[in-house]
Write a protein that binds this ligand. Sequence first.
Ligand code: AKB
Length: 325
Amino acid sequence: MERFLVTGAGGQIGTELVRHLGNRHGADAILATDVRDPSVWARGGPGAQVGQLDCLDADALLGTARDFGTTCILHLASILSAAAEASPYRAYRVNMDSLVNVLEAAAKIGCRVFAPSSIAVFGPESPRDPAPQTTVLRPTTMYGVTKVAGEMLSDYYHARFGVDVRGLRFPGLVSYTAPPGGGTTDYAVEIFHAAVERRRFSCPLHPDTRMAMMYMPDAIRAILELMDADSSSLRHRNAYNVSAMHFTPAELADAIRARRPEFEIAFEPDPVRQAIADSWPTRIDDARAREEWGWHHEYELPEMVDAMLQGLEGLRRRRAAVLAR
Ligand code: AKB
């Protein structure tokens, strides 16, 4: 029977992935952990066992993984691109040391690993439209450096110790259940909060900054399908380009305004986020993922915008009803 240890479970991906895993395998089979106290991030009851775990503590990580009888670690703890530029050394420590601790634990107890990568592996020298699966990877951000190094470290643990580690180069992820934090693509989530709260949105990117994006249900399905795939078919096992839609802040604002005509936006680029976005590709070629394990996306921009507005408005109504009781 599979038993999943999730790190960074209180974050944007973890919140939704834990719920899906709990529905599929039962709450007893999932241990959802985060560096923060569960009282802060697990209030809604995530459908899993919960715990506090600092992945920089190698002994605690190994002990927890072993005691739980873990068969797969889903390692989601990470510092994202814009936050990493504010504290590069901390980002290096958190992103690299936690990954090597996870891979060491996996090698010792013989479990599988999912370790996400990112479109941040690409840099100004990579082709931008589209970014191929295999190309020059010389990112200019600390987050990108840790993601390239993480892909190579994962290759090493696979080749040297036989750890079955798999990963995806995620684009910007859009979702409404838990906020992202510290990413360059976070604007594509924050814009929806402003729209449903009828606030003017200050966009930290130039209106024509095109980036690759994906709606969270596609991202969760990508993780589950990659982890279910036959190992022998995976020739790019820990670093698959995956992509769904590509849009600019202006196009996203137009799509929101078509549904909420009162929505207001001002473009006030933040130099750090803009420089990061300008170093990333505008489109991603994900043909290898489609060929090797059947990846396909379901959500395009119009469906994603409808789902985000309806989801956030539903959440607001439920919260207001609880407060009114
Ligand atoms: C970020 O913006 O840092 C992340 C990413 C693309 O990996 N969302």
